[in-house]
Write a protein that binds this ligand. Sequence first.
Ligand code: UT7
Length: 330
Amino acid sequence: MSSRSTVILGTGSYAPERIVTNDDLAHMVETSDEWIRTRTGIRERRIAAPTETTSDMAVHAARNALADAGVAAQDIDLLIVATLTPDMPMPATACLVQPKLGVPTTAACFDVAAACSGFVYALDTACAMVGSGRYRKALVIGVEKLSAVIDWQDRTTCVLFGDGAGAVVVGASDQPDCGLLGTKLGTFGDGADLLYISHGGSLFPSTPESIVARNHCIRMKGKEVFKLAVRAMDEAARDILEQHHVRADQISLVIPHQANLRIIEAISEYLELPMERFFVNVDRYGNTSAASIPIALDEARRAGRIKPGDLTLLVAFGAGLTYGSALIRW
Ligand code: UT7
């Protein structure tokens, strides 16, 4: 793959202040704390203030990652934002983050749209660009303000999602066999109709009627998505382990996309790797889509669960339907 090793120099995350519990949601739709906890593992989620934007949250997480890495914003020459909830359709959220952070005007700034797999896609892109030697330091941000596209009257989706941001700084290293060792990305485009936002794009521009029908909100066929998520994440994990001749028990920590505790438990069972080797924070944040893996990665590092020399496996799944895994040696 890349000509130079690409390493994660620092991580950061940000969660909005407001906590919405399952009981809070039970006042809004016909649901219960018991149903949400037993079906998903979620206890609460963070919801951004109405005036707090996706780019604002991205900036908070990015500042934390830059501070952790000891890298100045002025030294970033590549800025990639993974999100399905950009501030607006145009320009890219990365372009709005750039001046807020003080990233130079000579930096390449763009968004990646791969839904919940977005961070793994963006990390792979950044590592390829830095690994090629044409860029020196990249900032990769996964961020979502899903509260803006949730149908708060649909109990089958509104209990699942939350807002937040996570970021990493990527740089090159001369040390072989470290950093991003490889990725496995894929897509089941035939399943695009299982998880989508139908209106607000060029196929169905928003109309007064579509807004009333809340067609600008997330719709999901949960059961079908659940089954494909387990299959795809298991395969993505197995493929990359095989490719790199690594046994599952050599992985010290798996950082899976945080959509549903039951999905994570199923993958733990299939990989025959105990749940202690999986980082879980879905109970506190719900599903934050592209932000879920970088938030979990940052929390895992801060909790001392990643040590030099460790092998970490990231594994994601989302609308598209996209999936991806990444193997990292620290
Ligand atoms: O991040 C991208 C990937 N996304 C995912 O991976 C999500 C994958 N899907 C899931 O996590 C699960 O399918 C859900 C959590 C969304 C749903 O869990 P489920 O066990 O598949 O439940 P279900 O959709 O089969 O619904 C079971 C019952 C239904 O009632 P009936 O038809 O059995 O009478 C639903 O109407 O639960 C009902 N229900 C609820 N009840 C209380 C659905 N949502 C709720 C709710 N509160 N919030």
